[in-house]
Design a protein around this ligand. Structure first.
Ligand SMILES: N[C@@H](CCC(=O)N[C@@H](CS)C(=O)NCC(=O)O)C(=O)O
Length: 218
């Protein structure tokens, strides 16, 4: 039994998309994005009170990077991973984990724009810096995609899922249109049925109620 604990439009969507790409059977338990993630019941799944958490083979795994590695090793025939010994193993690992470099800025921006409930708590400077740092991450992706359709020469993999999902969240704060190769790649990977199946089913599930949140003027 594989069971994903998930909040729509959060990092657990990265694991949901990967599970769809793997084409395996799994269950989803959906949680609200609130203090319920700090309940004793949820803390048994992930002691940090974060999503995702993945129940598999009699234990629970957390941290998206770890989950991605474990799933790709468990189902090597799907071709989503690059195993030890593969020429592209190191690049695969770099890009799988680079998703968190971008996501840390998205987390800060989500806190600034959505989580803080009073305008006096928000900082235009933090909003602007974090959006610029997210765009710096786009520059790294743009450079990597020169002469490539996907992050690896050998084609689509869990590295594209990981970074692609981070870009999906980051687009709410930093537009991708100025980055031509990134925008093309993003269009290509998000046309996949696996990505579409990982989107929120209804508007009421959305964490981000707007497509774009502009940084305030400092
Ligand atoms: N590095 C962790 C980050 C997990 C994380 O922070 N998830 C966010 C959702 S995107 C969360 O659960 N936040 C709830 C909270 O901070 O209370 C991972 O990659 O799994």
């Amino acid at each position: 039994m594989i069971r994903l604990h998930h909040v729509p439009q959060s990092r657990s969507m990265r694991t949901l998309w990967l599970l769809h790409e793997l084409g395996i059977e799994f269950e989803v338990v959906q949680w609200p994005f609130d203090k319920t993630l700090r309940s004793p019941e949820y803390l048994k799944l992930n002691p940090a009170g974060r999503v995702p958490a993945l129940e598999m083979d009699g234990r629970c795994i957390w941290e998206t990077g770890a989950i991605t590695e474990v799933l790709c090793e468990r189902f090597p025939e799907t071709g989503m991973g690059r195993m030890p010994g593969d020429d592209e193993r190191i690049d695969w690992l770099i890009w799988v984990h680079f998703a968190e470099t971008l996501s840390q800025h998205v987390a800060a921006l989500t806190q600034q724009h959505l989580a803080l409930y009073d305008d006096a708590m928000r900082s235009p400077v933090v909003m602007q810096i974090e959006a610029k740092r997210a765009a710096k991450c786009y520059e790294a992706i743009e450079a990597r995609l020169e002469g490539r359709d996907y992050l690896l020469d050998s084609g689509f993999s869990a590295a594209d899922v990981s970074v692609g999902q981070a870009v999906y969240m980051a687009r709410h704060f930093a537009p991708i249109e100025p980055y031509a190769r990134l925008a093309d790649w993003y269009g290509r990977i998000t046309a996949r049925p696996g990505f579409i199946a990982s989107l929120p089913i209804s508007d009421s599930e959305r964490l981000y109620t707007r497509d774009y949140y502009e940084a305030w003027e400092a």
